[in-house]
Design a protein around this ligand. Structure first.
Ligand SMILES: [Zn+2]
Length: 239
């Protein structure tokens, strides 16, 4: 009886294995289903730069140098103060020299269990014009006709906040693009936690070589560099 059960089991096991060979073999339907599932579970691939012969002024896509940054630009959707989608895609482009300083800041922050979330980077001059049409207030939006324009138009300024390693934003007291004195870095009427978050961001960016804006806790520009105003569109055709 024992032998009969064993041989029955062996026949059954062979039948199953034969069936599974069929599923993984020439029969393409189950295979293509597996491929679809595999693709859906994969994160979008970012092609990293292979040639690193950039000059300080090269406009580069930040996450192609270091994929650990979180990039979520409100101007790439209509969830911003203009209520208009200003960028055709969500890409943080910046001068190579600025990118290296951002990587330095991000590495310092990662030691403390947080990292940078990019809210705005290089901004083409034509986008600055659109922004000025909606909000012509030079305290918060640089006048595109002033000759100076914005440091974003020169690719040397970024808007950033802090997130934990799961991507949750730390409390900075006001949202991004809050137009009021509570957004000033000198405004200190906040809880100790908010002040600590702001100080961590500000001090780390300072260590990495950035100057802080007087009116926006999120805005920083790299010290000692001055590149020309650009109107090159974002490279949205690249994946
Ligand atoms: Zn800014």
């Amino acid at each position: 009886m024992k032998q009969l059960v064993l041989s029955f089991f062996l026949i059954f096991a062979f039948a199953c294995s034969n069936n599974s060979n069929k599923m993984n073999g020439t029969n393409s339907k189950p295979d293509s289903l597996n491929q679809i599932i595999e693709k859906e579970n994969k994160l979008p691939e970012i092609e990293m730069y292979t040639e690193m012969n950039f000059t300080d002024d090269s406009l580069v896509e930040l996450i192609r140098l270091d994929s650990s940054f979180l990039v979520n630009l409100p101007y790439a959707s209509d969830s911003n103060f203009t209520k208009t989608k200003l960028y055709p895609c969500n890409k943080c482009v910046i001068r190579y020299k600025v990118a290296l300083a951002l990587i330095k800041a991000n590495n310092l922050l990662k030691e403390k269990g947080v990292k940078l979330k990019m809210l705005d980077c290089y901004r083409p001059l034509s986008v600055q014009r659109k922004m000025w049409e909606v909000y012509p207030n030079a305290v918060y939006v640089a006048d595109p006709n002033s000759g100076q324009a914005s440091m974003h138009n020169r690719g040397v300024a970024v808007d950033v906040t802090l997130v934990d390693m799961s991507g949750n934003e730390l409390d900075m007291g006001t949202p991004f693009d809050y137009f009021g004195k509570e957004a000033w870095p000198t405004y200190r009427n906040f809880s100790a936690e908010i002040l600590a978050n702001r100080d961590l961001l500000s001090n780390t960016m300072d260590m990495a070589g950035f100057r802080h804006s007087n009116s926006e806790w999120w805005h920083f520009s790299l010290r000692g560099v001055f590149f020309p105003i650009e109107d090159t569109p974002l490279p949205c055709e690249n994946k």
